[in-house]
Design a protein around this ligand. Structure first.
Ligand SMILES: *Cc1c(COP(=O)(O)O)cnc(C)c1O
Length: 379
C-alpha cells in the first residue's frame, strides 16, 4: 500500500460488532474474563486497548515497521528507550537536540549512571571517535531542533551495525511522510506524535516503531511495567489526524518552501536554517534521505537584541507565539526562552541557538496571509 492509503486504512477494520467504519473509542480500563485468563486478548488498558492497538498498527505501517508502541508523550517514549540501558552504559547523541531530550539525558538518566556524549553529528565519522565497549545507544535527531542540521542516518546506521550499538532516530521534525529511518538502517524510530502526526495541536502523545521482535518485547515490557501509555480518546484523535497526514505534509512543504525563499533575502534576516537550500551544509544528504524539506524554518534577526527579538516575536497576527510545532496552524517560537530554556547558554550558543533566533512552524493556511503576516511583523 502507498503512504496515503496506509494513513487512512492501516490497522483499521470495520468494527466487528456494529460495522462502524471509524474505530470506536474503547473507553474502558478493564475487560471481562469468562474464567481467569479466558479473555479476548485484552485484560487491562495500561497494557492493551483496542483503540490504541489500531493506532499503533497504523503508526508502524507509516514507518514501514513491524511494531508500534504509543506513549502518553514523546518524552514518555524517549524514557522507555533509555530504560533499555543499565548503569555504566554510554550514549552518543547530537549537540543540537530538542531541549526536553537534553534535559532527560543530563538531569534524569545521568543520575542513574548513564554517560552521554554530545557530538557534532553532521559528520557521521565523528560518531566513531566516541564509540567504546560501553556504548549501547546512538540517538539521532534529524533535522535537528531548532537549527535544522541534517545527520546522515544511513552512514550512522552502518557504524552502529558494525559496532552492534542500537540506533534510535527522533523522526519528529520530518514525519514518516518525509523520512523513514528504519528503511535506512535504524533500529528504533521515535516520534513526538504531538506534532505532525496528531497534526491539530489537540493531543500530547509519543510513539516508538521497531522491526525486531525481541526489541519490541523488551520495549513492550517497559511500556506496560512503567505505564506511560495513552488513553483511548487521545488514540482516536490521532487516528483521525493521521488520515490527512499526507495532505497536510504536502501543504506544509509547499508553504515552507515559499516562506524560506521569501525570508532568505529579507533585510532583517541574518541566518536562515532550512534544509531545502542548496547552500545548506548537508543539503545533499537531506535530498537523499528526505522526500521534501518540510515546514520548519529558523532565522536569526539581524542586529536584534533580546528585547527587539521579543518585540518581533510578539507582533505576528496569523502566526501564534507558542511552543510546539507541526499543527495545521502556523506557530512562532523563541527557543532560548521557550523550548530550549533548559540548555545552558554556552552549550546552545555553540550550535547557533542565540537570543535572536526564532523558529517557525509553517502551517497550512493560505500562503498569501502567511507572507503578509511575516512582512508586517518584520517591518
Ligand atoms: C516535542 C518534541 C519532543 C517531545 O515530545 P512531547 O510529545 O512534547 O513529549 C521530542 N523531540 C522533538 C524533536 C520534539 O519536537
Amino acid at each position: 500500500m502507498k503512504f496515503g492509503t496506509k494513513a487512512i486504512h492501516a490497522g483499521q477494520e470495520p468494527d466487528p460488532t456494529t460495522g462502524a467504519i471509524m474505530t470506536p473509542i474503547y473507553q474502558t480500563s478493564t475487560y471481562w474474563q469468562k474464567s481467569p485468563g479466558d479473555n479476548k486478548g485484552f485484560e487491562y488498558s495500561r497494557g492493551t486497548n483496542p483503540t490504541r492497538q489500531a493506532l499503533e498498527s497504523c503508526l508502524a505501517a507509516l514507518e514501514n515497521a513491524k511494531h508500534g508502541l504509543a506513549f502518553s508523550s514523546g518524552m514518555g517514549a524517549t524514557d522507555a528507550v533509555l530504560k533499555l540501558l543499565s548503569p555504566g552504559d554510554e550514549v552518543i547523541t547530537g549537540d543540537d537536540l530538542y531541549g526536553g531530550s537534553y534535559r532527560i539525558f543530563t538531569k534524569v538518566f545521568a543520575n542513574y549512571g548513564i554517560k552521554f556524549h554530545f557530538v557534532d553529528m553532521t559528520k557521521a565519522e565523528n560518531v566513531k571517535q566516541h564509540i567504546n565497549s560501553n556504548t549501547k545507544l546512538i540517538w539521532i535527531e534529524t533535522p535537528t531542533n531548532p537549527t535544522m542540521q541534517i545527520v546522515d542516518i544511513k552512514a550512522v546506521a552502518g557504524i552502529a551495525k558494525e559496532r552492534q550499538v542500537l540506533l534510535a532516530v527522533d523522526n519528529t521534525f520530518a514525519s514518516p511522510y518525509l523520512q523513514n529511518p528504519i528503511d535506512l538502517g535504524a533500529d528504533i524510530v521515535m516520534h513526538s506524535v504531538t506534532k505532525y502526526l496528531g497534526g491539530h495541536s489537540d493531543v500530547v502523545m509519543g510513539a516508538l516503531m521497531v522491526n525486531d521482535d525481541d526489541l519490541y518485547k523488551r520495549l513492550w515490557f517497559i511500556y506496560n511495567a512503567c505505564g506511560a501509555t495513552p488513553g483511548p480518546m487521545d488514540s482516536f484523535l490521532v487516528l483521525r489526524g493521521l488520515k490527512t497526514l499526507h495532505l497536510r505534509m504536502k501543504a506544509h512543504c509547499e508553504n515552507g518552501r515559499q516562506i524560506a525563499e521569501f525570508l532568505k533575502t529579507h533585510p532583517k534576516v541574518d541566518k536562515i536554517y532550512w534544509p531545502g537550500f542548496i547552500d545548506h551544509p548537508n543539503h545533499d544528504i537531506a535530498k537523499k534521505q528526505m522526500r521534501d524539506f518540510g515546514g520548519m524554518i529558523s532565522i536569526t534577526l539581524k542586529g536584534a537584541d533580546l528585547q527587539e527579538t521579543y518585540r518581533i516575536a510578539s507582533s505576528f497576527k496569523v502566526f501564534s507565539l507558542a511552543e510546539s510545532l507541526g499543527g495545521v496552524e502556523s506557530l512562532i517560537n523563541h527557543p532560548v526562552s521557550m523550548t530550549h530554556g533548559s540548555i545552558p547558554k554556552a552549550e546552545r550558543e555553540k550550535v547557533g541557538v542565540t537570543d535572536n533566533l526564532l523558529r517557525l512552524s509553517v502551517g497550512v493556511e493560505d500562503i498569501e496571509d502567511l507572507l503578509e503576516d511575516i512582512k508586517q511583523a518584520l517591518s
